[in-house]
Design a protein around this ligand. Structure first.
Ligand SMILES: NC(=O)c1ccc[n+]([C@@H]2O[C@H](COP(=O)([O-])OP(=O)(O)OC[C@H]3O[C@@H](n4cnc5c(N)ncnc54)[C@H](OP(=O)(O)O)[C@@H]3O)[C@@H](O)[C@H]2O)c1
Length: 337
């Protein structure tokens, strides 16, 4: 009998082992590549005495950003729209970090009225604001018109954060140096600005992520123009891409898309904790001290945004429209009249 025939039953086993080994190697490569070059745990910055606001802090990336800041002893305001979900995050972050100076305040970024109420409360309670993270956003939202006459995606992802930031600037200028981080996305590269979208007109059909991409471009243009306006104030502003991250971001997409995303995600996407890293880098690291107007990639490196995101005239135009639609040009303070 030929010797090789003796090994025949082993062949399927060998090929399974080879498959397993290749999978493990691939998995390790992906994992190593996801780690990035900056690690929050190796950064000793302590935020004792400082105050931070994180929007959308009850889940996903925002939840881990807030937790990291609390771990560094900051006073952390979780700006969330749900009392129940926000309350759960507040308890969980306090328990995990031992920092009881973590507080939920209600904010719905899609409502300019809610933004104003939130700021009114913050201005009564806080004497300073050192870090503002504009993280809250929705993707694939049903494009309804809000009761204030605004397109839902733009209101939630751009106009709300725009108004919030502007109304909080006075408080931020009280701090010796303060940082604003706008959580954008590499998807801004696919975004377009169409003025009609602001009122929910001429909306793209059958492109489920189109409005999301447009608002992420707005985050970039907002960062650019705000940076110009903040010269010599001690307040910096940067935009980040967190990476492709397994979160609840697709909650408004259809079931099939969610299943596919989650299946691929198990192997290839970042965890929420990993997705929080580039934002934490901008918010606390020594490397980002005094740095403003930059776009930081998911591996914490400064990178160039799309040419449209660098269009200064477009950034100014978007600012003017946003100012007028949010009423910022008429009422400049957070106090209700
Ligand atoms: N995941 C990714 O792959 C990815 C990639 C690039 C950029 N990003 C950006 O990362 C940021 C965080 O997203 P995520 O992936 O962590 O998503 P997520 O898990 O869906 O979390 C989004 C957070 O925003 C809050 N939010 C949504 N609409 C709001 C509103 N109108 N008012 C107040 N809060 C609101 C949500 O609150 P509720 O729980 O109450 O809904 C939730 O806390 C977003 O800016 C997103 O664009 C994510």
């Amino acid at each position: 009998m030929e010797l090789s025939l003796l090994f025949l039953p082993l062949r399927p086993l060998t090929s399974h082992l080879v498959c397993l080994a290749v999978s493990v190697v691939l998995f390790l490569i992906v994992k190593l590549q996801r780690r990035g070059r900056w690690r929050p745990r190796e950064c000793p910055v302590d935020l004792n005495g400082k105050t931070a606001i994180v929007t959308g802090a009850n889940t996903g990336i925002g939840r881990y950003i807030a937790q990291d800041l609390a771990q560094r002893n900051a006073r952390v305001i979780l700006a969330c729209r749900s009392l129940e979900r926000g309350g759960r995050a507040e308890r969980e972050i306090r328990r995990r970090t031992g920092n009881n100076n973590v507080h939920l305040r209600i904010l719905d970024t899609s409502s300019m009225e809610s933004v104003r109420k939130f700021v009114e409360q913050i201005k009564k309670e806080e004497k300073r604001l050192d870090i503002l993270v504009n993280n809250a956003a929705g993707s694939g939202l049903k494009e309804t018109i809000t009761s204030e006459g605004l397109g839902l995606s733009i209101a939630t992802n751009h106009l709300g954060p725009f108004l919030l930031t502007n109304l909080l600037l006075d408080l931020m200028k009280c701090s010796q140096s303060a940082r604003i981080v706008n959580v954008s996305s590499m998807n801004h590269k696919k975004g377009k600005i169409d003025i009609r979208h602001f009122k929910g007109e001429n909306l793209p059909r059958f492109q489920v992520a189109a409005m999301y991409n447009n608002t992420k471009l707005m985050n970039m243009l907002f960062t650019r123009e705000l940076c110009n306006r903040l010269h010599h104030t001690g307040v910096t502003v940067n935009a980040v891409h967190p990476g492709v991250v397994m979160t609840e971001i697709l909650r408004d997409y259809n079931l099939l898309l969610r299943i596919i995303f989650n299946l691929i995600g198990i192997f290839f996407f970042k965890s929420s904790e990993e997705g929080a890293v580039s934002t934490i880098y901008c918010a606390v690291s020594k490397e980002m001290e005094g740095v403003s107007g930059k776009y930081i990639d998911s591996d914490c490196s400064v990178t160039l945004p799309s040419p449209t995101a660098q269009d200064q005239a477009l950034a100014k135009k978007l600012w003017d429209i946003s100012e007028s639609l949010t009423g910022l040009d008429k009422r400049t303070t957070g106090e209700s009249s």
